[in-house]
Design a binder for this molecule. Structure first.
Ligand SMILES: Cc1cc2nc3c(=O)[nH]c(=O)nc-3n(C[C@H](O)[C@H](O)[C@H](O)COP(=O)(O)OP(=O)(O)OC[C@H]3O[C@@H](n4cnc5c(N)ncnc54)[C@H](O)[C@@H]3O)c2cc1C
Length: 426
């Protein structure tokens, strides 16, 4: 399903480090835990399990990092898609604060793993800006910064239009700065994490799609084209690409295709566009997001499509969004264009859950670049019998999409289109 989304034409693939050795599974294997999916969720789960002495086999349908983790905007956006104010409103002071702080710990976990395993992934802890597309957005930004501060997080501040236009050279009405944000090379991070997992003893298999999952006394059997894994527990970390392997788990998330480009290297490395080198997203529902790359380009994502068919020319699809954000880049050469599937949930909170020997974490709703690593760590804890942190999310798991597998798409698309139309009036 991600095939036509042009991973191999991405800037990430063009600048990737070597992958760890990954052969296909051939024959029978046994494990304490089989992990299905080699994105940051699955690789982090494998690493954390192996470090605690569990026998782990990871099955990846394509190659490690081939899903969203190897092709996203690389934006480190601390926290959840539901901000501090929304969490407090929905869950109250105690639970809201606990969820907020648990999600914030994802950023520290990633920074620590990068340092501990020496992962070369261009980490830039320069902050994240959300720019206001409507003057009225500033009141919401101020509420969010105040709610975060009430919870003890003081890294957020509101920039007025003058300051924000100095930080991002485009038409905007102000911005919310989160100094805890930043950006990184998400594919090289995922590959580095996989190296660490392999070094800790996890067995990683590429080109090994899990085709069928069978429960049996004492655990599960997972079948691939050329082998089987017999394990006590299975972790489902396929996110938007999990598909029919587990229809019920899959029906809890909605895949939405999103497209992204990098320009040719810009004069001055694009420093004039974002002098502080922050990661930036705007306040639209169908968000535009962008950042500079270390080789002097602008990476820009924008525009969603609610059909499974990608546009014939992804660069041409994204270009109008880029040029509207940065009119001075009209006609700029685009060197790379690709797409990916973002998995969203109804509440925009991730969906963590367990059903007997099966555990899963997915649906980070566009904010999984660092949350996925936390998701993997919580899955490992849950599989090893300490579910206290896992359950903080599992207890607030989002409801599934109405209409089941067949209708969830069309019904949700109608809802999304309504919000997308609202953006056009901004
Ligand atoms: C275009 C795009 C831009 C984004 N930008 C950002 C951003 O800037 N910041 C941010 O925070 N988040 C962003 N996200 C979201 C973020 O990338 C994801 O939330 C996160 O990477 C999910 O990680 P994951 O490991 O759960 O899933 P993935 O990285 O998608 O990994 C799942 C893996 O499972 C494998 N798989 C699936 N089914 C099977 C099976 N049956 N057998 C074996 N393997 C299987 C797939 O091949 C895939 O490699 C973006 C997403 C996209 C698509």
């Amino acid at each position: 399903m991600n095939g036509p989304l042009a991973f191999e034409r991405s800037w990430y693939a063009a600048t990737a480090q070597a992958s760890p050795q990954q052969s296909a599974l051939n024959g029978d294997a046994s494990a304490d835990v089989v992990v299905i999916g080699g994105g940051a969720t699955g690789v982090s789960a494998a690493l954390h399990l192996a470090e605690r002495g569990a026998r782990v086999v990871l099955l990846e349908a394509a190659q490690i990092g081939h899903g969203a983790s190897g092709r996203n905007g690389g934006q480190i956006i601390p926290g959840l898609r539901q901000g501090a104010a929304e969490l407090l409103g929905n869950f109250g002071e105690v639970r809201g604060a606990a969820l907020f702080h648990l999600a914030l710990s994802a950023r520290g976990l990633v920074v620590d793993l990068i340092a501990r395993h020496g992962i070369a992934c261009d980490l830039a802890l320069t902050g994240h800006l959300t720019t206001a597309v409507r003057p009225g957005d500033l009141a919401g930004f101020a509420d969010e910064a105040a709610a975060a501060a009430r919870l003890g997080y003081h890294d957020m501040s509101v920039l007025d239009a003058g300051a924000a236009r100095g930080a991002v050279a485009n038409p905007n009405h102000g911005a919310l700065l989160d100094a805890g944000g930043g950006h990184f090379h998400t594919l090289n991070y995922t590959l580095g994490l996989a190296q660490a997992a392999a070094a800790a003893g996890a067995r990683l298999h590429a080109a090994s799609p899990a085709l069928r999952l069978e429960r049996r006394a004492g655990g599960v059997t997972v079948h691939t084209p050329a082998g089987r894994v017999l394990a006590a527990q299975a972790i489902l970390a396929g996110d938007a690409l999990l598909g029919p392997l587990h229809a019920r788990v899959n029906s809890r998330i909605m895949p939405v295709a999103n497209y992204i480009v990098t320009t040719a290297p810009l004069p001055g490395g694009g420093a004039g566009l974002i002098p502080g080198n922050q990661a930036v997203s705007d306040s639209r529902f169908v968000v535009n997001y962008f950042r500079r790359t270390p080789d002097g380009r602008l990476m820009f994502g924008g525009g969603e499509r609610y059909t499974p068919r990608p546009p014939a020319d992804m660069a041409a699809f994204v270009r109008p969004f880029l040029e509207r954000s940065f009119p001075m880049l009209a006609g700029v050469a685009i060197d790379h264009a690709w797409g990916g599937l973002v998995s969203i949930t109804r509440s925009r909170l991730p969906d963590l859950g367990r059903d007997g020997p099966l555990l899963w974490a997915h649906g980070y709703s566009g904010q999984g670049a660092v949350l996925s690593t936390l998701g993997g760590a919580l899955l490992a804890e849950g599989a090893l019998g300490d579910s206290s942190r896992f359950d903080q999310f599992a207890d607030v798991a989002p409801p599934g999409f109405p209409g089941g597998q067949l209708l969830k798409g069309p019904l949700h698309v109608l809802g999304m289109l309504w919000y997308a139309l609202r953006d056009r009036t901004a």
